[in-house]
Design a protein around this ligand. Structure first.
Ligand SMILES: [Zn+2]
Length: 234
């Protein structure tokens, strides 16, 4: 009797795995079909920076960037889905995109993020990061776009403005062009890097670890994407 039960459970587990694999393959296909056959597919790729062995910036109280990036990215995913977008994430747990044991994990990790952009052809890609600086008084969000990308700049201006307003930023920054960040330089399509705040500023770091503030940041970015997309689709 016991044996039969185990066998049944094993069978159910096997079927469950098969089903999950099927759903995964199907959903991947749906995304690419929508992209290639429907010009109006609204896929957004959300990229929580760093992960696994790469903590990113380490701020006050040993706060690691990778964790906050993921929290904000997951909230952004929910927000975008509620707004009707299909969201693809580069990671959904504390894990890099590199293979264990490889010598240059960082390059492989970044290259795979670029590969995902090429594979899914999203309307826009949002890469979530946190900043740090030697002067702990420096704070506030900063959005980067690839200098030569007109659309990237438009998106960045929208997101930056929304962050400045919603987070009531004391000294608001303007969106900034950049040609040296790997993802901006090497990826295809429209991509923004959103540095949500400074982990080296005690006040901002204290806010960035709270659910409430993370939600505010995610919502502002989501709104910025929506305003940009509405403008493009008009
Ligand atoms: Zn980073």
């Amino acid at each position: 009797m016991k044996k039969w039960n185990l066998g049944k459970r094993g069978f159910e587990l096997g079927m469950g795995i098969l089903l999950l694999a099927g759903v995964f393959v199907l959903s991947k296909e749906v995304v690419s079909v929508l992209n290639t056959k429907n010009g109006d597919a609204r896929v957004v790729l959300v990229d929580p920076g760093h992960g696994g062995d790469d903590p990113g910036m380490v701020g006050i109280d040993e706060l690691e960037e990778k964790d906050i990036n993921l929290e904000i990215s997951l909230k952004l995913k929910t927000c975008l889905e509620e707004a009707g977008y299909q969201v693809v994430m580069t990671r959904e747990e504390d894990k890099g995109l590199y293979d264990e044991g490889i010598s240059n994990k960082k390059v492989q990790d970044l290259q795979r993020r670029c590969d995902m952009i090429e594979e899914y052809e999203p309307c826009v890609t949002i890469s979530i990061h946190q900043n740090s600086y030697s002067d702990s008084s420096v704070k506030g969000p900063q959005v980067f776009f690839y200098t030569d990308s007109e659309q990237g700049e438009k998106l960045a201006v929208n997101i930056q403005e929304q962050l400045n307003t919603d987070l009531e930023v004391e000294r608001p920054r303007s969106a900034k062009g950049n040609t040296s960040y790997y993802l901006l330089k090497k990826s295809k399509g429209i991509l923004n890097i959103v540095e949500c705040g400074f982990l080296t500023n005690p006040d901002e770091a204290g806010k960035l670890i709270t659910e409430e503030y993370q939600q505010k940041v995610a919502q502002a970015i989501c709104q910025g994407v929506e305003i940009y997309m509405d403008d493009v689709e008009r």
